[in-house]
Design a binder for this molecule. Structure first.
Ligand code: ARG
Length: 295
């Protein structure tokens, strides 16, 4: 159920049970967002350098873009001193029970001490929303939807490991959810979550930054996605172009200032929506990080 190499992949995506797309978005307000420490290379040089008023406006623009696309947005309050709590993608991995009736989350266990305390606040919020809340076995680190990306519309997970999330976490997730997982190793510190270098746009299409990935992992991606859109390294590394989100198979929300990626998305028939969340780029984050999508 956890596939290590392309020759182990003995199934097609169409063999994986179908699932509806996630229609809800969980966000946390940026009231206490700031860069106060450096836990990824993007943050270096930005400590104390966030324009909080601008950040608030950018966050609202993204929230409103989700609403305009018909997504239900649920937001929880950011908490004092938890500067990175605004990155809801890291809070948990969302799932839907196989009968499609009960949505739930597997809570994260953050790899860095500075983010550890976010979980208790998020857990309370997920319970208020009525989700089943599961926990990983002790000792495993996991940074949520950022390192557990659902193949759109199918019961299949792409799992990032090697920076924040442990490799063994993916064995646990596969067993807990009874879902096949394809682990992808992250070796480059600038691409510290899977959502910084792989974006599953629709059932057939992935947006990837090949410079961030090992050839053997790229081979697995090519095996299961019919169409691959490659992001140039500079846009991937400096503007986190892959940290985009396609909620409906058509519109792609992405950080403003990625002209090559935007053009390629358009050429492939998608409708890119450029959003400037530059204040969050200072923390090493773009669109995908800002929310957790759930059922
Ligand atoms: N500063 C945060 C960290 O390093 C940014 C998290 C970005 N989230 C993401 N889903 N890539 O943890």
């Amino acid at each position: 159920m956890v596939y290590e190499s392309v020759d182990q992949i003995d199934f097609a995506v169409s063999d994986c049970p179908a699932m509806p797309l996630q229609g809800r978005v969980v966000m946390a307000t940026p009231a206490h967002y700031d860069v106060q420490y450096v836990i990824n290379p993007h943050m270096a040089g930005h400590v104390g350098n966030v324009d909080r008023v601008r950040a608030r406006r950018q966050w609202e623009t993204l929230r409103d873009a989700y609403r305009a696309l018909g997504m239900e947005v649920h937001s929880t309050q950011g908490v004092e001193k938890l500067y990175d709590m605004v990155f809801a993608a890291n809070a948990a991995a969302a799932f839907l029970s196989p009968d499609g009736k009960s949505p739930g989350v597997i809570m994260s266990r953050m790899a860095t001490a500075s983010r550890y305390d976010e979980s208790v606040h998020y857990e309370r919020f997920f319970r208020e929303l009525g989700y089943d809340v599961l926990h990983l076995p002790e000792g495993l680190t996991f940074e949520g939807g950022a390192d557990a990306v659902w193949h759109p519309g199918r019961r299949l997970i792409w799992g990032g490991y090697g920076q924040r999330t442990d490799r063994a976490t993916h064995d646990a997730i596969s067993a807990m959810l009874d879902v096949p997982v394809i682990p992808i190793r992250l070796d480059d510190e600038a691409f510290y979550h899977l959502d910084t270098c792989l974006c599953a746009l629709d059932e057939r299409t992935a947006l990837i930054c090949p410079a961030a990935l090992r050839p053997e992992d790229i081979a697995m991606i090519h095996r299961l996605f019919e169409r691959i859109i490659e992001v140039p390294e500079t846009e991937g590394r400096e503007r986190l172009a892959c940290n985009a989100h396609c909620p409906d198979g058509r519109h792609v929300l992405l950080q403003k200032g990625c002209p090559h990626t935007t053009q390629k998305l358009q050429d492939a028939g998608f409708e890119p929506i450029e959003i400037d969340i530059g204040e969050f780029l200072k923390a090493g984050a773009a669109v995908y990080c800002m929310k957790l999508t759930t059922w």
